[in-house]
Design a protein around this ligand. Structure first.
Ligand SMILES: [Zn+2]
Length: 344
C-alpha cells in the first residue's frame, strides 16, 4: 500500500511516499480503508526530531483519519464492513490504573497512531475495534478526520477540565490553529461568550464570521487590557491556551478571580514565568490536558451529530503532495485543518 513515512529526522527530505506492507486482518482488529487524514503539529515534531517519542524507522506519520471499514471480526458487535468511520488515535493498554478507571487519555503505556505505531497517512490502517467510531453522517471524510485530534483535545480541555458553562466567557488564544478553532466552535455551540486573539487581522475577521464575539489583535493591542475592557473590568472565566511562554503572562492577567486556565501546548516555549502570587491571591486554577478518552470521543461525536458542527478546513492535498501539506502547516498561515486526501 502507499503511505507517507519518515526515514530519519530533519526536513522534508526524510519524509517519503512509498510502498509499505498493508495491515492484515487480526482478531479484535479493524482494517480501515482510509479516505482522509489531517496534519497536526506533532507530525512536524516527528519529522524534525522525533520529539523524544519512542518509535521505529521508517515510521508512517498521521494521527487522525476517517475511512471505510474493510474487514472486522465476525463477532464484532458494532462495526460492519462498508461502514464509514472516524478513528480515535490514542490506544490505551487497558491494564493500567487509568485505563481501568476508564480514562485512556492518562494511560501510562498509551500508543498513538503516527507516533508509536503506523499512522493514518496510508491507504489502510489496522487498529483495535474500540478505537473506531461511526462517522457523523453530515461530515465528509476530511471534516470527520479533523475531529480525532483537534476537537477531541478541545472537548476535554473545555468541558472535562475547565468545565466551561454556557453563561461564562472564554478567551481563546491563537485563533486559526486547529485546536483553537475547535474551541471556538464548541464554546459557541453551548452558548458561551468567546473572545479570540491572533496577531493576524484576517484571521480575526474569519473568526468573527464563525461566531467569535470579540477579537483582539495580540500584536497591536494589550490582550489583558482589552479583555478587562470587554468584561467590565472582571476578566474571563476560562482561558484556553496552547501557545505557552509568549501568551502566558497576559493569559493569567485576563482571568477573573477563581478563573481557570487550561493548556495543551507550548509552541512558543514551555518555561513561562509562573506569577505564583497572582495564582494564589486570585485563587486561579491551571489545568494541563492532552487529547481525550474514548468516552469523551463518543460524547463529542454525539454532540457534533446533534449540533451539525463542521470543522474548518484550510486546504487539501493528495498523499503524494505531503511535503507541500507539511510546508503549509509549518508556515502558520493556515486557518483550520490541512487535509491529506488518501487516493486509491
Ligand atoms: Zn493503560
Amino acid at each position: 500500500m502507499k503511505a507517507a513515512y519518515i526515514t530519519g529526522h530533519g526536513g522534508n527530505e526524510v519524509v517519503q511516499v512509498g510502498q509499505c506492507e498493508k495491515p492484515a486482518a487480526a482478531p479484535g482488529q479493524v482494517v480501515v480503508r482510509m479516505h482522509a487524514a489531517t496534519l497536526n503539529r506533532v507530525d512536524l515534531y516527528m519529522r524534525d526530531s522525533g520529539a523524544g517519542i519512542t518509535h521505529h524507522l521508517p515510521q508512517i506519520l498521521g494521527l487522525d483519519g476517517a475511512g471505510t471499514v474493510e474487514s472486522v471480526d465476525a463477532d464484532e458487535p458494532l462495526l460492519r464492513p462498508g461502514q464509514d468511520v472516524v478513528l480515535h488515535p490514542g490506544i490505551g493498554c487497558g491494564r493500567c490504573e487509568f485505563c481501568q478507571r476508564g480514562d485512556t487519555a492518562l494511560c501510562v503505556r498509551i500508543q498513538f497512531l503516527g507516533e508509536h505505531r503506523d499512522g493514518t497517512f496510508a491507504q489502510w490502517v489496522g487498529l483495535p475495534a474500540a478505537q473506531v467510531f461511526p462517522k457523523p453522517a453530515h461530515l465528509n471524510f476530511a471534516e470527520a478526520a479533523a475531529l480525532g485530534v483537534n476537537h477531541l483535545t478541545a472537548w476535554r480541555m473545555l468541558f472535562s477540565k475547565a468545565r466551561l458553562q454556557p453563561w461564562e466567557t472564554v478567551l481563546v488564544f491563537g485563533i486559526g490553529g486547529g485546536v483553537s478553532l475547535a474551541a471556538l466552535q464548541l464554546a459557541k455551540a453551548i452558548g458561551a461568550r468567546v473572545i479570540v486573539t491572533s496577531r493576524d487581522d484576517a484571521k480575526l475577521e474569519r473568526a468573527r464570521a464563525l461566531g467569535a464575539d470579540h477579537a483582539v489583535n495580540g500584536k497591536t493591542q494589550d490582550v489583558a487590557r482589552e479583555v478587562m475592557a470587554l468584561t467590565g473590568g472582571r476578566g474571563v472565566d476560562v482561558v484556553f491556551e496552547n501557545t505557552g511562554a509568549a501568551t502566558w503572562p497576559s493569559a493569567l492577567k485576563s482571568l477573573v478571580r477563581g478563573g481557570r486556565l487550561v493548556t495543551c501546548g507550548a509552541t512558543t516555549g514551555d518555561q513561562p514565568g509562573a506569577d505564583l502570587r497572582r495564582l494564589f491571591v486570585r485563587q486561579l486554577q491551571v489545568f494541563g490536558s492532552s487529547l481525550g478518552s474514548l468516552g469523551e470521543f463518543r460524547d463529542l461525536l454525539g454532540f457534533v451529530e446533534r449540533t451539525g458542527l463542521r470543522p474548518v478546513i484550510d486546504s487539501e492535498y493528495l498523499l503524494d503532495d505531503v511535503h507541500a501539506a507539511l510546508d503549509r502547516l509549518e508556515s502558520g498561515a493556515q486557518f483550520g485543518k490541512v487535509v491529506l486526501r488518501i487516493d486509491h
